[in-house]
Write a protein that binds this ligand. Structure first.
Ligand code: 6CS
Length: 359
């Protein structure tokens, strides 16, 4: 398989070049006779949160450039796995892609900060603000992306991660020996080992059959994904611990980004800001609607952990932060401390605003 991977990526590069009339990695927007094509690849299927983001991105870019740039969206499966999409973007063979931290950790170790449990706020409003505007994320973390040929455009929340298994998982004891599928980040694996589980990384596309065939016992994803990937059909219980958010980053090829005009780069900044609000609403709506759909279409047991139950997991999750510091080095430690402080400040500021509103 090690020999096959570069061959597969090379085939994808050739396929993309053949699909495109424009040379890859060239901007050349306004003024061209026929529209320039930008390609945007997803780690999720049509109808997902990432699809909603990319469709709106396409609409905004096309409107803001009066049709001089057209965006083609490739759903999950069209161009490869998450790791392959990242490679294509690094090589400049693909302009834009989603890159989830759960898959990106081996390329950008610092991004594994999002694999840590009980780090983000319990408040979705705080998480939205911090992920959208954080100086530490769009400073040192973006620099870590840049060093790997990736321009970090945005980081978005896609909803709380939910555990599914054949029984509710209410205490760390319930995880003992549990084969839970995770994304490939070593810190995710460490997070579940801390609960006593036997974490099993595998690609997203193999999770349904893995559950069905009993190769894995459990998995973890946001509600919209549990519904659209039909995981709930092959599991008996969903446990909501609000231990982490599914967070995704959108990246562009650094080489391609640097070839853009200043106007085009400014336009991408505007699109990012407009999409922050849009996608927050979309993911809230998708997760709520699909929970209803799961309830209607199955008799899966749905359990929400109380604060005391969550605290037992949080205590075991805490030492994993040292593993993160060891893996992500000095800059990683700076990102972790900075993020914790930004969350604290945002919680305080939003808390004050709410208190003022209630007076
Ligand atoms: O679990 C995964 O691998 C995937 N889950 C989601 C919700 N999006 C993309 C990611 O690859």
């Amino acid at each position: 398989m090690k020999v096959l991977k570069p061959v597969l990526t090379a085939m994808l590069v050739a396929m993309l070049a053949a699909c495109s009339e424009e040379p890859a990695s060239e901007a050349g927007g306004a003024g061209a006779d026929s529209p320039t094509e930008w390609r945007f690849a997803l780690e999720e299927i049509q109808g997902s949160v990432q699809d909603a983001y990319a469709q709106k991105f396409a609409e905004l870019v096309e409107a803001k450039t009066d049709g001089a740039i057209r965006v083609t969206v490739y759903p999950y499966g069209a161009l490869g796995t998450s790791a392959q999409l990242t490679e294509l973007v690094q090589q400049g063979a693909l302009e834009f892609a989603f890159a989830s931290p759960g898959h990106l950790g081996s390329v950008v170790p610092e991004v594994q900060v999002f694999s840590l449990h009980f780090l983000l706020s319990d408040s979705n409003a705080v998480n939205k603000q911090v992920l959208g505007e954080s100086p530490i994320l769009y400073g040192p973390l973006a620099e870590a992306y840049r060093e790997k040929g990736l321009k970090l455009l945005t980081i978005i929340p896609e909803g709380w991660m939910v555990w599914t298994a054949n029984r509710p998982l209410t205490t760390p004891d319930d995880f003992r020996g549990l084969k839970i599928r995770t994304m490939v980040s070593p810190l995710l694996v460490a997070s579940y080992q801390a609960y006593g589980a036997d974490p099993t990384p595998m690609p997203y596309s193999e999770v349904y059959s893995g559950l069905q065939l009993g190769m894995i016992d459990a998995q973890v994803n946001p509600i919209f994904a549990i519904e659209e990937m039909s995981f709930y059909e092959v599991q008996k219980a969903m446990t909501m611990a609000r231990h982490s958010q599914f967070v995704a980053s959108v990246v562009a090829s650094q080489r391609f980004y640097e070839s853009l005009t200043t106007e085009e780069q400014v336009m991408l900044d505007e699109v990012k800001r407009e999409l922050d609000d849009y996608i927050f609403e979309v993911q809230t709506q998708y997760n709520a609607e699909r929970l209803e759909r799961i309830r209607q279409n199955s008799d899966i047991e749905i359990v929400e952990l109380n604060d005391e139950q969550r605290a037992a997991f949080a205590e075991l999750a805490r030492p994993v932060r040292d593993r993160y510091r060891a893996a992500a080095g000095e800059r990683g430690a700076q990102i972790l401390e900075g993020l914790v402080e930004e969350i604290r400040q945002s919680e305080a500021a939003l808390g004050q605003q709410q208190a003022a509103g209630a007076e």
